[in-house]
Ligand binder design. Structure first.
Ligand code: ATP
Length: 784
């Protein structure tokens, strides 16, 4: 490599250091830097009296300069700043290797007072620790003076919670991990989790990441193995705080693969083009958390389940994994599945943006990546089955009747007119009144009859009903079967099947065809919401073996259907189940409120799978945590609906102005309601108050108008700011007629309602407001 041609290292903070409006000029500058620092118009200059003599600034435009480090054949891009700030940053920034962990870090030295990108300087950190030490002294003296604690029963507030690092000693963090002395001191003494995370947000870099991982329950040794590059006794070339390290040591540390979450390598034009898809360097494409990277790369011996709370980057991992597989195995048929067409479109776009070079399949079963819902997969399999002539036999095996062409599809519509409504009449009087419910029949059919392959009464009479609530006697089972027979007869007359039947028939077809299956690797997002029939299909589209099924799911976000056990449908994940814990989307304040909504619900599936995850989530030390801090959620109680509309209309007017001021569009605001009717009423009420908002159903979210949608539609989406509207006692939980047909159904409906609120509260990146009228929903935590 000649001195003329440079390779680039991009610091993780680089993409967020400048406004997107100058993205084009930043890219042009980087392209020139690639060709060499002496390229025309760059004016790459060293700085006088700087902390690190390798620092340079380069011209981006008349108003902005880039700060970078010239590290021989590598240029390390640090950030882009307004002209004057750039000089302040450049004078104080230095590149150093941490002597304990061996990790590279760019810091700003003592005394910097300009643009620090929101990060602490070395001297500010010292001051912070001294202030906390003084506070602690006062607290200790105070507690000695008044040792009598007043015992009082207090409702548990949403925040703040105890500092999760309080049990560590500062020396452990410094000695084992290489955390700076002042950061370690503060971390173990922080008054609460909220303050700890706010401070870590300003510490930034690998040190903040490592401490957040510790705070979410990862062990010290695991954290060390994620971030530490130090290799036995070999010298890291590290230096003390304030002292730049040798170029060779910095380059070695920053280009090590364990530094990939902090520095992105751009070695050639192709890598630059990839990094820059859509004209932007998106963090989710360039800087994966070490755990995310692990699950992108992991070669599994069979089905693998990746759990993780909302916003932990499950979809991001899935998208990276699909692209990684497609690059490594260009002829492989990779099927990526999500729950709705909207989500499928979103994932499709993300795959295109991460891997513009990878092959998208022309159709299911062809080489490349297909992104589909499982219902689309079922339809295509049925279509093939109709062409090969095997469809009637497969339908016969599942339903007891079959036809040669692909039947119509009918909705089972538990909330509207359902074909089950009439079929139930056929059950006669043997069933108790509470079980004469569309909801009961729908779930009995989905969870027992279809996956059990029941086509005759005798099959159903003997069928295990594991996991179902009410026990049924023989006569009651007979009555249920009468209704099932009627339901199927009605289907035959209409030549129509429902989507669960379609999935079961498709699974049957794939099993009896014995030909080539349509996929080599299947990656499933939103796994918590699929019914047994969809799992049977997912299992059937790919042969058992390495990397066959990769399932991302969050049982806390189950908002359809009931809890199920994958092992019952041939998907054995025992020993292959892991969890992501760091939330990238939601601020810690919003996340903690969302998690409190779940309190009281029992969601964990691992036990049911017979699995022993590396750490069950119930353990105290184990928790989801957010990498970002922000304002606490805004609570808007109102005495009646009209005033609730008024409050939210006022808030939206302010928010629209505020987001537009920072260059965002009003379409980044979301208002979420419990029902479609509440959504439509809301749109009308805002219109009357002069606030234009757009109802969103199947269509895309609008660009320049706040979007109003149901909590169900909001699954998988995100907004900069969110209003949860109508979180009133009268709206949430909402138990529809017949949905709570027995004790267990009631409990599961309650969990789904909690999950809906959790999903809603975790859609906001920056701000969350919650409004209600009269009494608040009982699921809303006490907020203190
Ligand atoms: N390594 C990362 N760096 C920066 N941003 C990230 C990273 N990983 C994820 N994100 C961002 O966090 C947000 C949530 O990611 P994603 O949608 O993949 O999470 P999820 O676990 O699938 O969420 P949910 O279950 O709530 O739908 C997205 O905006 C994504 O771009």
């Amino acid at each position: 490599m000649t001195a003329q041609h440079k390779q680039l290292l991009m610091d993780r903070g680089f993409p967020s250091s400048y406004d997107r409006s100058i993205a084009g000029r930043v890219t042009a500058t980087i392209e020139k830097l690639f060709k060499g620092t002496s390229t025309n118009g760059l004016h790459v200059e060293p700085i006088q009296n700087c902390a690190d003599k390798r620092v340079r600034t380069a011209r981006v435009d008349d108003f902005h300069r880039m700060v970078l480090f010239d590290l021989g054949s590598w240029l390390l891009l640090y950030g882009v700043y307004p002209h004057d700030d750039a000089y302040v940053v450049a004078a104080k920034a230095y590149a150093r290797v941490n002597p304990t962990s061996g990790a590279a870090e760019i810091r700003q030295s003592e005394g910097a007072d300009g643009n620090t990108r929101g990060r602490y300087t070395d001297s500010e950190l010292k001051a912070l620790v001294e202030a906390r030490a003084a506070e602690l002294l006062v607290e200790r003296q105070g507690s000695q003076e008044s040792p009598v604690a007043v015992e009082q029963e207090m409702p548990e507030p949403a925040w703040p919670s105890a500092n999760p690092l309080a049990d560590y000693a500062a020396e452990q963090l410094t000695g084992r991990l290489g955390i700076d002395g002042p950061v370690a001191e503060y971390a173990v003494n922080a008054p609460s989790d909220e303050e700890l995370l706010t401070v870590l947000g300003r510490v930034g870099g690998w040190q903040a990441d490592a401490l957040m991982d510790l705070a979410s329950g990862t062990s010290l040794e695991e954290v060390r193995s994620s971030y530490a590059i130090a290799d036995g006794d070999k010298s890291t070339g590290g230096t003390a705080i304030g002292v730049p390290s040798a170029t060779e040591a910095v380059v070695r540390a920053a280009t090590d693969e364990r530094a990939a979450s902090q520095f992105h390598l751009i070695e050639d034009d192709e890598a630059l083009a990839r990094a820059l898809t859509n004209g932007n360097f998106d963090a989710w494409r360039l800087f994966l958390h070490p755990d995310q990277q692990k699950y992108v790369d992991k070669e599994t011996s069979g089905p693998f389940r990746l759990s993780g709370g909302a916003g932990t980057g499950k979809t991001v991992v899935l998208v990276h994994r699909a692209v990684r597989l497609a690059r490594q195995r260009p002829d492989a048929r990779i099927l990526v599945v999500s729950f709705t067409r909207n989500l499928v479109e979103m994932i499709h776009e993300q795959i295109r943006s991460l891997g513009p070079d990878v092959r998208m399949a022309e159709s299911l079963g062809r080489p490349g990546i297909s992104v589909l819902t499982l219902d689309q997969v079922a339809h295509r399999v049925l279509d093939d089955g109709a062409r090969s002539g095997r469809l009637p036999a497969a339908m016969e095996a599942v339903l007891g009747w079959g036809i040669r062409r692909v039947p119509e599809y009918r909705s089972t519509g538990a909330y509207g007119a359902s074909p089950w409504g009439e079929a139930i009449e056929a059950a006669g009087g043997a069933l108790p009144e509470n079980l004469r419910s569309v909801h009961f029949f729908q779930s009995e059919y989905q969870e027992v009859v279809l996956p059990g392959g029941n086509t005759k009464e005798i099959d159903y009479l003997r069928a295990p009903r594991t996991g179902r609530g009410s026990r049924l006697g023989r006569n009651q089972r007979r009555a249920v079967w009468q209704a099932v027979t009627q339901y199927r007869d009605d289907g035959l007359v209409a030549q129509a099947i429902d989507w669960d039947e379609a999935a079961t028939v498709a699974a049957e077809l794939l099993t009896i065809e014995k030909g080539t299956l349509p996929a080599d690797h299947v990656l499933i997002d939103e796994g918590q919401d699929f019914t047994p029939a969809r799992w049977l299909l997912a299992r059937a589209v790919v042969a058992e073996g390495p990397d066959d099924l990769f399932i991302a799911e969050d049982s806390n976000q189950r908002i359809y259907g009931n809890r199920i056990v994958l092992g019952h449908y041939g998907i054995r994940i025992v020993g292959r189940s892991r969890r992501l814990r760091l939330n990238y989307r939601t601020t810690e304040q919003n996340l903690q409120l969302a998690l409190k909504v779940l309190t009281g619900g029992s969601y964990d599936l691992d036990e049911a799978e017979g699995d022993h995850p590396e750490r069950p989530i119930e353990r105290d030390s184990d928790r989801y945590i957010s990498s970002r801090s922000g304002p606490r959620p805004l609570l808007l109680p109102a005495p009646d609906l009209a005033q609730e509309y008024g409050l939210v209309a006022g808030l939206l007017k302010t928010w629209i102005t505020e987001v537009e001021e920072v260059g965002l569009k009003a379409g980044t605001l979301g208002i979420l309601t419990r029902t479609k009717r509440e959504r439509d009423d809301f749109v009308r009420a805002m219109g009357e108050r002069g606030v234009a908002v757009a109802p969103v159903d199947k269509q895309d979210v609008p660009d320049s108008t706040p979007a109003v949608m149901t909590l169900h539609r909001a699954k998988g989406t995100e907004f900069s700011r969110v209003v949860l509207f109508g979180v009133s006692e009268s709206s949430i939980p909402k138990f529809f007629d017949g949905s709570t047909y027995d004790e267990q159904a009631r409990e599961q409906s309650g969990l789904r309602e909690r999950s809906l609120l959790y999903v809603g509260a975790t859609r906001a990146r920056d701000m969350l407001a919650i409004s209600w009228n009269k009494e608040a929903s009982p699921y809303l935590p006490t907020v203190g």
